[in-house]
Design a protein around this ligand. Structure first.
Ligand code: KIV
Ligand code: ZN
Length: 553
């Protein structure tokens, strides 16, 4: 990198709009959406989609609810032309969906594109030419007047050659893009848009779409919003115009730029699913739509089965979605950090039907987009006690006493640390069984019988202690007390009982019980133990044995 001062790059000039209105507005309704997956997105694929893949993708877009879909560039290649024809000839376009095609401002290409569109019910014919000073000078060597001439002549050709299409029943609309709009002088962008509008003569009932692309994203989103507000204020036929956004993501702020420009007055948004597109991509429509949804504004697009949408997208484009991708990424409903897991676990019970969604760390209910809570908590060495307890309770039914969370959390964390990777739920269960339920060394309870007389319980048990089979007896005010006394009388180091809890496990004929006991040994150290059995009494005695084994380990 160039050392400071950086002279190699120039800051983007701001727009002179001191009375800008957009910062005080809120978004209250969804924009018109247009998917450009099959054109801008497809152009950017290392291996573009074949016709079958494009057909599958088109069906997906229709299912999601897009009413405007840019299907390609039919004058650019035979495949693109054939795809357009397939859609029309196979009757695959619902009556309420407009197909949009892109075309350069050249007469023969306009004529060819119109052939591809014959028979379509609703068409948006998208013409574009580059308008920025750099494009004018470096690429075209053209004056401003030349650039305006290119656009206005093309609109005239479209009127002329499109007449027969309109006469045979096609609803033909025009979209015009001053390509590289955001890098164009505002006054010139306005001038060319006005010139195009003059030729097309839109009405309030049949509006022109003026698409104002951030072909390359060079500025911060507030500058983009200023540019859009400036245009919205200066267009003379604003009421006969649909102002459309088309952001790219070179600075990683395509979504923010679109959202602020919606505040600035834009009516329509172009983009792609998951942001596929040239370089760093087009605007990600899924993010903008679901961001709206989480603010209480229905986007009018259906992402209730986002996994299926993702699968189709990945198969057709051969691109993979990053696991951290908002809403769709595999890991976005997964918390690894202990404090996050704890907060999620604690806020979930507050989620009552009919109440607004308010789960800490999870801004959208995963169920709304077909994802599940199950994957929310996964365990690695960064996880805390809450996460382990959550998994054991939600997936295996063990309601560990709160004080035990820390103990088992530490054991699981140490093992996750040693393993170096995430632990699956089954592995956490194995750890619990291995640490608490299975150990038989140095103490094992073979058999126990207790009898009650005069409010006292007598316990007779058979144990194996340090390899020695022993018959032991004890008397106390309950089975646990009697068994504890029998153990200490037989030479097991003394301990104090601190806490006890139990609950049933499973249902019906398979019901058993689990007991949790906490003891304190003679050094003052505390240990939990757990035991299961169909008899709750035996489960408690096994829990004592488990705690003792852990203390003597
Ligand atoms: O990014 C862009 O400017 C485009 C135009 C063709 C609209 O894709
Ligand atoms: Zn683009």
């Amino acid at each position: 990198m160039q050392p400071s001062p950086v002279t190699k790059y120039c800051p983007f000039p701001p727009v002179n709009l001191p009375d800008r209105q957009w910062p005080n507005r809120v978004i209250t309704h969804a924009p018109l959406w247009c998917s450009v997956d099959l054109r801008d997105g497809n152009q950017a694929l290392p291996q573009p989609m074949n016709i079958e893949e494009k057909l599958e993708f088109f069906a997906l877009l229709v299912k999601i609810g897009f009413k405007e879909i840019e299907v390609g560039f039919p004058s650019a290649s035979q495949t693109e032309f054939d795809f357009c024809r397939r859609l029309i000839d196979d009757n695959r376009i619902p009556d309420d969906v407009s197909i949009q095609i892109l075309c350069q401002c050249r007469e023969e290409l306009i004529v060819r594109s119109l052939e591809a569109l014959r028979g379509a019910k609703n068409v948006i014919f998208h013409l574009y030419n580059s308008t920025s000073p750099k494009q004018r000078e470096y690429v075209f060597g053209a004056s401003k007047a030349d650039i305006i001439g290119i656009a206005t002549k093309a609109i005239g050709w479209l009127r002329q050659h499109g007449r027969s299409l309109v006469e045979t029943g096609t609803n033909l609309r025009l979209e015009y893009s001053p390509e590289s709009f955001t890098s164009t002088e505002m006054e010139f962008a306005l001038e060319i848009c006005e010139a195009v509008t003059d030729v097309w003569q839109p009405t309030v009932a049949n509006k022109i779409i003026l698409n104002l692309p951030a072909t390359v994203e060079y500025a911060t989103p507030n500058v983009h919003a200023d540019q859009i507000e400036w245009m919205c204020r200066h267009l003379t036929r604003r009421d006969a115009t649909i102002v459309s956004l088309h952001t790219h993501n070179d600075r990683g702020t395509g979504v923010a730029a679109t959202e602020l420009a919606m505040l600035a007055g834009a009516d329509r948004v172009e983009g792609t699913l998951f942001g596929n597109g040239e370089r760093t991509g087009n605007l990600d429509l899924v993010i903008v739509a679901l961001n709206l949804y989480t603010q209480g504004v229905h986007p009018g697009l259906d992402f209730s089965d986002i996994n299926q949408i993702r699968d189709t997208y990945e198969r057709c484009t051969r691109l993979e979605i990053n696991p951290r991708h908002p809403y769709a990424g595999e890991l976005v409903f997964t918390a690894f950090s202990g404090s996050h897991q704890d907060a999620i676990k604690k806020s979930l019970p507050y989620q009552k039907p009919g109440r607004p969604w308010d789960v800490i760390y999870i801004p959208i209910d995963p169920a709304d987009i077909g994802r599940s809570y199950k994957a929310i908590i996964r365990i690695n060495s960064q996880s805390g006690k809450g996460g382990v307890a959550y998994v054991l309770e939600n997936e295996f039914g063990y309601q560990l006493p709160k004080l035990m969370h820390k103990e088992i959390g530490r054991i699981v964390n140490d093992l996750a640390d040693a393993k170096g990777t995430e632990l699956q739920s089954a592995e956490i269960h194995d750890i619990f069984v291995r640490e608490y339920l299975n150990p038989r060394e140095p103490l094992h309870l073979e058999h126990c019988q207790s009898t009650k007389r005069d409010n006292q319980v007598n316990c007779q048990a058979k144990i194996i202690y340090r390899g020695q089979p022993l018959n032991i007896t004890g008397r106390g005010n309950g089975p646990i007390d009697a068994f504890s006394r029998a153990l200490t009388a037989a030479g097991v180091p003394a301990f104090e009982l601190l806490s006890y809890s139990e609950h049933s496990l499973g249902r019906g004929a398979d019901t058993s019980a689990i007991a949790y006991i906490q003891i304190k040994d003679s050094r003052g150290h505390t240990f939990f133990g757990a035991g299961t059995n169909t008899s709750i009494e035996l489960a408690s005695l096994k829990a004592i044995v488990s705690a003792i084994n852990r203390s003597l380990k």
